[in-house]
Ligand binder design. Structure first.
Ligand SMILES: C[C@H](O)[C@H](O)[C@@H](O)[C@@H](O)C(=O)O
Ligand SMILES: [Mg+2]
Length: 395
């Protein structure tokens, strides 16, 4: 069967939610005094948007094949990503067969290695890679998970990330991950408030519900160690992304410091097999959390996941909607998934990349049947109501 070739590549940007889910209107729980590395500056504590967490915006990558099939994907990369796609990466796509995913990935990565390797360049490569998997699966009229070996279980189970784990428990999720609100610069008073919040949520959720803290790179080793030991009393299941992603040495120490039974997790701001090789071989964490829209896409996540499996580490991708669901359902070492509560008050389930995608599946009672992922490709469509902006044209 001769496969179609790639006829066109288009990159668009969108503001307001979507893949850049931090890009929300005011009053959203996800921008309410959450601890970050910028928290050492009081003026940047109340809102992460104040220091620019949402400056990039969403990148939409569309790839059209010679038979008219269009694959697309969305990620966090905005205009920078659109420039890289149109002015650099498109040359590795136009005219290629839709099956040449591995070779295209290799050329995109090594052609940008001199200015990329991580961050927005890898987000952009991930977006192109996800669009290629969407396109190939649509040409083959299969869901992406079928191209990855197929489901290993009948349904996904989710923990929820948001400000109200008590509501997440009522909605059937298996656990609740809280954002940490106070950083070392807020002293003992801040540490006390961090523990008080955990204690309050433990009393509301009871003893059997998973509670985790997401520290979003905001702590130092000593503070993270103290937080872990105080939080142990309230059954904290894991401490997430406590340190800078570059501090592999600190994570290796933290993993030795935390109380027995508490897990150390990280990885959402790490990229490529080489970055995760460092995390795994230096014993930095028990669970790696790559974001498939940021780590290099499905093509790279396959390699990262196999490496983790060889280290007996779990891979629980950072929430990235259908892009992680299609992967997690096919891997034994990915026993559950993350769902980010994107409603401003986390008291109801809405699609994670709302309002950008149509047909985006959501957990029901904290679970999602594999059959909810059976449409061709990643099974989602762009919302025609959302205006796309194309800042650059390739060729
Ligand atoms: C809730 C966290 O502060 C981040 O906003 C979230 O994107 C990420 O760290 C996560 O693990 O979901
Ligand atoms: Mg996180």
């Amino acid at each position: 069967m001769s496969m179609p070739t790639i006829k066109a590549v288009r990159a668009f940007t969108v503001r307001g939610g979507g893949a850049d889910y931090h890009d929300q209107a005011g009053g959203h729980w996800i921008d309410d005094h959450i601890g970050t590395p910028m928290g050492k500056y009081p003026e940047y504590r109340q809102s992460r948007q104040s220091f620019g967490i949402n400056v990039l915006g969403t990148l939409v990558v569309e790839i059209e094949a010679s038979d008219g099939t269009v694959g697309f994907a969305v990620t966090t990369a905005g205009e920078i990503g659109a420039f890289i796609v149109e002015k650099h990466l498109s040359r590795f796509l136009i005219g290629r067969q839709v099956t040449e995913i591995e070779k295209i990935w290799d050329q995109m990565y090594f052609a940008t290695q001199y200015y990329g390797r991580k961050g927005v360049v890898l987000n952009t490569i991930s977006g192109v890679d996800l669009a290629l998997w969407d396109l190939l699966a649509k040409v083959r009229k299969e869901p992406v998970h079928a191209l990855l070996g197929g489901p290993v279980r009948d349904e996904l189970q989710f923990y929820a990330t948001g400000a109200r784990p008590d509501l997440a428990k009522q909605m059937g999720f298996i656990g609740g991950k809280l954002p940490l609100h106070h950083v070392p610069a807020e002293g003992e008073e801040g540490l006390k408030k961090n523990i008080e919040l955990l204690a309050e949520m433990r009393s509301r959720c009871g003893d059997d519900f998973w509670l985790m803290y997401d520290c979003w790179m905001s702590l130092d080793l000593n503070y993270a160690t103290k937080l872990a030991h105080k939080a142990h009393e309230y059954g904290l299941k894991w401490i997430e992304e406590a340190l800078s992603p570059d501090d592999y040495w600190g994570y290796a120490e933290l993993r030795k410091n935390v109380p027995k039974g508490m897990l150390v997790t990280t990885g959402e701001h790490e990229a490529t097999r080489w970055g995760f090789k460092l995390l795994l071989e230096m014993g930095c964490c028990d669970i790696i959390q790559p974001d498939v829209g940021w780590c290099g896409g499905v093509t790279e996540l396959i390699k990262i996941s196999a490496l983790a499996d060889a280290h007996s580490a779990l891979v629980v991708p950072h929430g990235s909607s259908v892009y992680s669901y299609h992967f997690v359902i096919t891997r034994q070492n990915s026993p559950f998934a993350e769902f980010l509560m994107m409603h401003p008050v986390p008291d109801q389930v809405v699609p994670m990349f709302t309002p950008l995608l149509l047909d985006e599946p959501v957990p029901v009672n904290g679970r999602m049947k594999a059959s909810a992922l059976d449409k061709p490709g990643f099974g989602v469509r762009l919302n025609p109501e959302i205006k796309l902006h194309r800042p650059y044209i390739n060729g």
